[in-house]
Write a protein that binds this ligand. Structure first.
Ligand SMILES: Nc1ncnc2c1ncn2[C@@H]1O[C@H](COP(=O)(O)OP(=O)(O)OP(=O)(O)O)[C@@H](O)[C@H]1O
Ligand SMILES: [Mg+2]
Length: 314
């Protein structure tokens, strides 16, 4: 039996909305996040089921982090259906493949979409990274690593499901942000992703759950409880709950307008939730600073290259 379909105990509803509102309205907090990190932190945004809102979370979380004074890059790592550029209404000409082939510098493919937000179009480049020989790979990694000095947070928007590329992105990142919706299919698929990540890393991974398209915080919390308690019971793994984003018609509208919600409709009902997520990932319990990878000397791209190489050999 799939453990995730077990009935969940009603969970106490925390007063997250009030806390978030207080945090977000506290202007003194803005800019404070930047002081808490040194070096680039990477967050892979994952899901089991497709269409649960990964790309929209990536885009609006990036803008929320930028509001807090952080420099953010979004790596469009959805190898099948890259669409971060569409959500921003821009058409980048070059992608990571051009850097790998030596045609462009990374600085030339970074597409600025805001004062503190850039897109790195992945294109076929991420797949090609694994095929390079060691010498060429380290040459490329050095060229990619320069951006780690100028970027506070790298968000990776991945494709749905747990393909080997997604696994590489997750294991190379400081935090894997698993997105689900309250739909039973999405819940079951997110448990499957949690299981794969736990099994392939032997539990040595930092995963946080986000419930998107929730009717309200109560529903989101109950969904989170089900998945998290199944993880604890059957995988002996604790996944943090990072929060939710409520269902918001304005997100659909912003996609149609090709202008992200936090640029289009800043006062919409879901906007505080993206800002809440931005703050939540820096709370001591999930603090990116405290992860073991953060103290390693390795750069994100070096870890990624190593991971892709290992997955290729399997
Ligand atoms: N909180 C929300 N409220 C209402 N609609 C939403 C919300 N979040 C996302 N959507 C809508 O859901 C659809 C899918 O979102 P998105 O493309 O971000 O999902 P995805 O997980 O990246 O999909 P894929 O797996 O195809 O990459 C979009 O049409 C978007 O407008
Ligand atoms: Mg997407």
């Amino acid at each position: 039996m799939n453990p995730i379909i077990m009935p969940a105990m009603p969970a106490p509803i925390n007063d997250q909305a009030t806390v978030l509102r207080e945090l977000v309205s506290d202007k003194k907090e803005r800019g404070g996040l930047k002081d808490r990190i040194t070096g680039m932190r990477s967050i892979a945004i994952l899901s089991g089921k497709g269409g649960v809102g990964k790309s929209n979370v990536a885009v609006n979380l990036a803008l929320a982090l930028a509001e807090f004074g952080l420099n953010v890059a979004i790596l469009d790592a959805d190898l099948g259906l890259a669409n971060i550029d569409i959500l921003f209404g821009v058409i980048p000409k070059f992608n990571l493949g051009h850097v790998l082939r030596g045609d462009k510098e990374l600085s030339e493919i970074l597409f600025k979409v805001g004062e503190r937000v850039s897109i790195i179009p992945g294109g076929a480049g991420l797949r090609e990274l694994a095929d390079l020989d060691d010498q060429r790979q380290s040459w490329i990694i050095n060229r990619l690593s320069f951006m780690e000095d100028e970027t506070d947070i790298l968000l990776l928007d991945t494709s749905a499901g747990i393909h080997k590329n997604v696994l590489s992105f997750a294991t190379a990142s400081d935090l894997s942000m698993l997105i689900t919706t309250p739909e039973p299919t999405a819940i079951r698929d997110s448990y499957s992703v949690l299981k794969s990540l736990c099994q392939s890393t032997n539990g040595q991974i930092n995963i946080g759950l986000v419930v998107n398209m929730a009717a309200d915080e109560k529903e989101a919390f109950m969904v989170a409880e089900r998945i998290i308690s199944a993880g604890e019971q059957f995988l002996n793994f604790h996944m943090a709950y990072l929060g939710c984003v409520v269902w918001d018609f304005a997100i659909r509208e912003s996609v149609k307008k090709r202008k992200p919600l936090l640029l289009d409709n800043t006062e919409s009902v879901s906007a505080p939730y993206f800002r809440g997520l931005a703050k939540k990932i820096f709370e001591p319990a999930h603090d990116l600073q405290s992860t073991s990878k953060a103290v390693e000397k390795d750069t994100f791209f070096l870890r990624l290259a190593r991971q892709t190489g290992e997955k290729e050999k399997r």
